[in-house]
Structures are given as structure tokens and as C-alpha cells.
Write a protein that binds this ligand. Sequence first.
Ligand code: NAD
Ligand code: UGA
Length: 460
Amino acid sequence: MNRVKKITCIGAGYVGGPTMSVIAQKNPHVEVTVVDMNQTRIAAWNNDDLSQLPIYEPGLDAVVQEARGRNLFFSTDVDKAIQEADMIFISVNTPTKTYGKGKGQAADLKFIELCARQIAAVASTDKIVVEKSTLPVRTAEALKSILDNTGNGVNFHILSNPEFLAEGTAVADLHNPDRVLIGGENAAAIEALVQVYEAWVPRERIITTNLWSSELSKLVANAFLAQRVSSINSISELCEVTGANVDDVSRAIGQDSRIGSKFLKASVGFGGSCFQKDILNLVYIARSYNLYEVANYWEQVILLNDHQKTRFAEKIIKTMYNTVNGKDIAFLGWAFKKDTNDTRESAAIHVADHLLDEEAHVIVYDPKVTAEQVYRDLDYLGTRSPEDNRRLVNVVNDPYEALDNAHAVAVLTEWDEFKTYDWAKVKAGMKRPSFVFDGRKLLDRQQLEALGFDYYAIGE
Ligand code: NAD
Ligand code: UGA
């Protein structure tokens, strides 16, 4: 098979945007077009002002600046981009189903199927179709069937190439991946994709497997990562009642090279668009094969995570004399982790919801999340009316405005800037006693206690 000359990616989101930007940056002779049906998103990707890109990722602006207009293009003309490409990545969203069979667990594949049907309808030359979205194992089978049955007699080769980047470090992860995984059946198609990555990834880090191992490995990688967070979070609760410190435990066990030091940071609970969705999907798949013990084992990772979020909210209420009604609680952070504006499944949403049920007044400050997004997240839960969410929640652009006169501070995201605040000034402006609930173990206990704060951190 010849070298790929034109790549199209359907889906200009958190994965499609950064991934294609780096592929274009590293393959200047390949024309890369990212398409999306969301016109606003595409307009933002084309914005001359690089601070207005639709997603915030450190270093992404420089990559886009280098490649955009040279061999990287963003467009809403999906048909044209499909028609012209040799290789088409599908990078659309695959959320948990909210209706019908598998509701609340299975992945919703309607966007994937729409892409396949559109590719089949439009393509008049052979295409390599690459699954970049995270998909249930054996989805390639369904894709192949749709493409072959509804297509125009051209050849489609399907590859699975799951993405392992983490938000907030997407560009660094893409530039220097631990591995690239490519699953497929056709050797020439696999080789064509290997060549794209070989432009910057050492060959020994490019793993090739069959389709099913590749699809399944992506779900399993997320399940293992999330399992580590739930494991250490379970120990954080035990630390709180025994006098052990979870950071000490993490360090002590992480030094064991068989365990490893990464992903052992206790927190208010993992969030993000994928951990929960992908584990639920794994659980659903296991149940659908009647593997109940396997399903129950992995489901526990989610249940523990829910417990951790609830436990943090209840700790706040209990410590504040069992009532937060009418009290001002400043939230530092709303994003699901630092260095991203993504709030999907953020622990902050669930902690806020719990406190709002108790009629607390929550004032949110996050360096990258807009007020509209905060209200959208709360309204989406449907727990109370949009009017009540706006009555009980304020979103401010200045952290000191959130903190001034507050009864308590809750740290929900580990943004570096929170460490640099003038905490003496904050203390002077707050109600007494001045509570700090650190869901990220970010702040300095000694410093805060010396200033007179009542400081609580997870796992201490
Ligand atoms: P996203 O919601 O940010 O982006 C998906 C985009 O696809 C949206 O802009 C949507 O408008 C577009 N889209 C949907 N259907 C379309 C269609 N038929 N035609 C054109 N555009 C269409 O999602 P994301 O976070 O980029 O995730 C995409 C996939 O990658 C998911 O399967 C996810 O599990 C996986 N993934 C995500 C991450 C991450 O960090 N976010 C990491 C690895 C893998
Ligand atoms: C995660 C995986 O790390 C990526 O490899 C994967 O590609 C991606 O999911 C995906 O499939 O979407 P992401 O969700 O972007 O990436 O971010 P992570 O860094 O994994 O963090 C997830 C959540 O776990 C965050 O809320 C984070 O704060 C929390 N976390 C992480 C902890 O609480 N403790 C830790 O030690 C690590």
C-alpha cells in the first residue's frame, strides 16, 4: 500500500483536535483535515486568536500555529473530507447510553454508526477506516458490516488505534507516547498507519495486535488506571480513622517497582469523560457474556469512587456542625483535573450537588471553566430547577471574591495557582472558624494551621 497522503478525522473534540494537530505537525507532507458537524467548534479551531481554541491544553496553541493552514485544516464539510481522504479516523464521542437496553452502562454507538453510514455513502475510492474513539470490543465487526453492506463496492480496511492521551498533558503524551497501539487484519493497512506514527514514535513503541485485543486493551487500560485511584482512595478512608497518612502509604508502596509510584494520589474521586464510561462499558460487556463475577469486580471501582465523592461532601457538612444551610462555601476548581477546561464527570459537580441539597451557597472559581459551563453541568443533573441552581450558586472570575467572607473553602481541582494565593489575606477575610477541605491534598497543612485555619485533607 502506498504512503498515506490525505487523512481525515471525523470529530474535532478533546481527542480528534490534539491528535490530528500532532500528526499534521510531525507529517508535514500529509494533508490532515479535521471535520465536525459542530460549526461553533470548527470556527473556534480556525480562530486566529489561539487563546480561543475550543479546548485548553498546555502547548496545543504552538502545535496548531505551526501546522494550521500548512497541512492542517478544520472544516464542517464532512462529505468532501471523506471523499478526498485515503485514511479516515473516527474520533466522535461514545458516551454511556441514557436510554433503552444497556441504559446507564453500555456505550452509545449512534455517532459511530452515523459516521460509518456517511463514509459508506460518500466514498468512491478505497479507504482505511481507523477507530480512534474508545469502543466496545468487537465494534469493528459492526463497522465492517455497515461499510460493506451500504457502500459503493469500494474496499474498506478497518484498524483500531485507541488513544491513550490524558487531558491536561495531551500534547506531551502525544509527542512522547508510552506506546501506540494498532489493531487490524490487513498487513498493508496496518503498515500505512505505522508509517504515520513512525514520523516521530520509535518503532519499538508501536504495538500491533489483532482488532479485538486492541479494542479491549483500551477499556482495560482505563479500568486499571481508575482501579488504582479507587484503591488508594479506599485506603484514604482507613488512614483517616487509624492515624496513618495516605501520602506516606502511597510513597511507601509506590517505591516497590512492582507497584510503581504513578496514579496513587488520593483525591475527592476521579472524574473525566472516560474512566466511568469505559468501566461501565466493561462491566456491561462482561455481564452480556454472563461473566457476573468479572462484572461485579470492576463495578466496585465505580462504587468506591461514588462513595469517595459523597464522603467528602458529608465530611464538610458534619464538620460544619451538621448544617451548611445558607453558608458560603468557596469552591476552588470545577474542572475534573488541572490544566484542562473539561468538566465532564468532575467530582466538583457531585460534591456541589450534595451540598446544594442542604441549601448551601456555593461560590465557584476555576481558572478555565466558564459560568455557563458550571450551570450547564448542574442543570444536566436535573436535581433541582435551573432557577434554584442560579439562586444557590455563584461563579466568579476572581478567587479572592469567592473566598472573601466564606465559611469554608473546598479544593476540588489541583490547579497550581491555588498554592500561590495569599492565604493570610484569605484568612483575614473569612468567617470564623475558617474551614479548608482539601479534596486534592494540595495546600500546606502546616502553613494553613499556623494561620489559624481548620484544615481537613483526604486521607489524613
Ligand atoms: P468530544 O465530545 O470532545 O468530541 C467528539 C466530537 O465529535 C464532537 O465535537 C461532536 O460534535 C463530533 N461528532 C459526533 N458525531 C459526529 C458526526 N457524525 N459527524 C461529525 N462530527 C461528529 O469527545 P472526545 O473527548 O474527543 O472523545 C472522543 C472519543 O475518544 C471517545 O470515544 C472517548 O472515549 C475517546 N477518548 C477520549 C479521551 C479524552 O481524554 N477525552 C482520551 C482517549 C480516548
Ligand atoms: C485518562 C487516562 O489517563 C488516559 O490514558 C486515557 O486516554 C483517558 O483517560 C481516556 O481514555 O479518556 P484523563 O481522564 O484525561 O485520562 O485524565 P487522568 O489523568 O487519567 O485523570 C482522571 C481522573 O483521575 C482525574 O479526575 C484525576 O484527578 C484523577 N486522579 C488521577 C486521581 O485522583 N489520582 C491519581 O493519582 C491520578
